[in-house]
Design a protein around this ligand. Structure first.
Ligand code: S3P
Length: 444
């Protein structure tokens, strides 16, 4: 991939993708980003030693590790086994005031989960992030944590980072999230571990439940009743637990779509996490007519795992809305690529959350897919994509969003001619070996 420098001297990569004649192979995507964040954060405040294998190599999870270390966590990585972390828990009262500002980089999960952790720590922490993260809404986490007794300040009337967090004595709350969000739910549950009395978080639709599963494995009595989750605090201790992180279904999704839309393809994806709160992309691709098989279903500790095989398919348009949206929110960029190729119209609604992700993904998907010749209508809460036309290679941009970079790369596998993606290096936020895997399977 050719490189160039931006104004700040950072290298910006341009990826060039041409459609290969055949797209075949086996891919083992990196460890799940959401589970990696939670495994290292919760084990850092547990009692005992934990081994976390297949930890995500993405920059987001490295940011979480760096922030936790600055707070006094004992996290080691053997140079010979980069994907394995050893964490010696310091206990729920063992963290200390950091000497400097923490940097969450591009990762909202890091910033929001840390707010939950720091809400009960009796010291001051300042957390910042990159320009994208500093424009993402933090009031959604500040509001409930303040009700519990934490003091959190942010820019623009406590809406945006950098954030200053001063922990305090917390009380349990009964809180209903206005929008389904695993990050906010998790921040509240983590704070609830140290709060006096019961905390219940209810959501309008079920978001990913990795925090609940991990806390249960660590000995916490987490009660789940339909859309509400409760914890009775204070919880004296968490027991350290070894975690083998499953492959990230959000990273696997690029290859599921690649194989389904390419005319001569068969891709096997190994060791993928298939937690039902995350498998919306499988349900949608099957509904679109994808030849997709789930094989070798098993479990890795408290999370389900499987292999997936996807072959060239004739896809049709679908409707995506309501409760399905949180189960595939991060996969919508690549599902939109599938929709461009599918016959008929795909309508995605109830997904206004896409406007407050790493970029405004509704706006940027509409503009970048249109550059490739797709017919895409932007709606306030989603997209209408009229598929079936041929995509044409063109110059487009990730806008600094990892999921947009990879989705456009996948579009390039079927577009006529060459697709050039600017700022392609951002794939490293969640999937550093993405372009390598693309080369291996026949693209780039
Ligand atoms: C995540 C939850 C989702 C998702 C994000 C990771 C998590 O965000 O989009 O990539 O690990 O909890 P929200 O909680 O904002 O929905």
């Amino acid at each position: 991939m050719p490189g160039k420098h931006d104004d700040a001297g950072r290298t910006s990569m341009v990826a060039e993708v041409s459609p290969p004649r055949v797209l075949r192979g086996e891919i083992t995507p990196p460890g799940d980003k959401s589970i990696s964040h939670r495994a290292v954060l919760l084990n850092s405040i547990a009692e005992g030693r934990a081994r976390i294998s297949n930890f995500s190599p993405g920059a987001d999870c490295s940011a979480t590790v760096a922030c936790l270390r600055a707070l006094g966590a004992d996290i080691r990585r053997r140079p010979s086994e980069a994907a394995t972390l050893e964490v010696e828990g310091v206990g729920m009262r063992g963290l200390k005031e950091p000497a400097d500002v923490l940097n969450a980089g591009n990762s909202a999960t890091t910033m929001r989960l840390l707010c939950g952790l720091l809400a009960a720590q009796p010291f001051l922490t300042i957390i910042t992030g990159d320009a994208s993260l500093r424009s993402r809404p933090m009031d959604r986490v500040i509001r409930p944590l303040s009700l519990m007794g934490a003091s959190i300040w942010g820019r623009a009337g406590d809406s945006f980072g950098p954030l200053a967090v001063k922990g305090g004595h917390l009380r349990g709350i009964d809180y209903t999230l206005p929008v389904a969000s695993a990050q906010v739910k998790s921040a509240i549950l983590i704070a609830a571990l140290s709060a006096e009395g019961a905390t219940t978080v209810a959501e309008p639709a079920r978001s990913r439940d990795h925090t609940e599963r991990l806390l249960q494995a660590m000995g916490v009595d987490v009660r789940v009743e339909s859309l509400a989750v409760s914890v009775a605090g204070p919880v004296g201790r968490l027991n350290a637990v070894d975690v083998h992180v499953p492959g990230d279904i959000s990273s696997a999704a690029y290859w599921m779509v690649a194989a389904a839309i390419h005319g001569n393809a068969r891709i096997k994806l190994r060791d993928i996490g298939v937690n039902p709160t995350r498998t919306g992309v499988i349900d949608v691709l099957l509904k679109m007519g994808a030849k997709l098989r789930i094989e070798n279903q098993r479990s890795a500790g408290n999370e389900p795992l499987a292999d997936l095989v996807v072959e060239s398919s004739e896809l049709g348009g679908v409707e995506i809305a309501s409760n399905l949206v949180p189960r595939l929110i991060d996969e919508i960029p690549v599902i939109a690529v599938a929709a461009c190729v599918a016959k008929g119209t795909t309508v995605i609604r109830d997904a206004a959350e896409l406007r407050v992700k790493e970029t405004d993904r509704i706006r940027d998907l509409a503009s970048e897919l249109s550059r490739l010749g797709a017919s895409v209508e932007e709606m306030p809460d989603g997209l209408a994509i009229h598929g079936g036309g041929k995509l044409r290679g063109a110059r487009c941009s990730s806008h600094g969003d990892h999921r947009l970079a990879m989705a456009l790369g996948i579009a390039g596998l079927t577009a006529e001619g060459k697709t050039i993606i600017e700022q392609a290096e951002v794939a490293g936020v969640s999937y550093p070996s993405f372009w390598q895997d693309m080369r291996g399977s026949g693209g780039v």
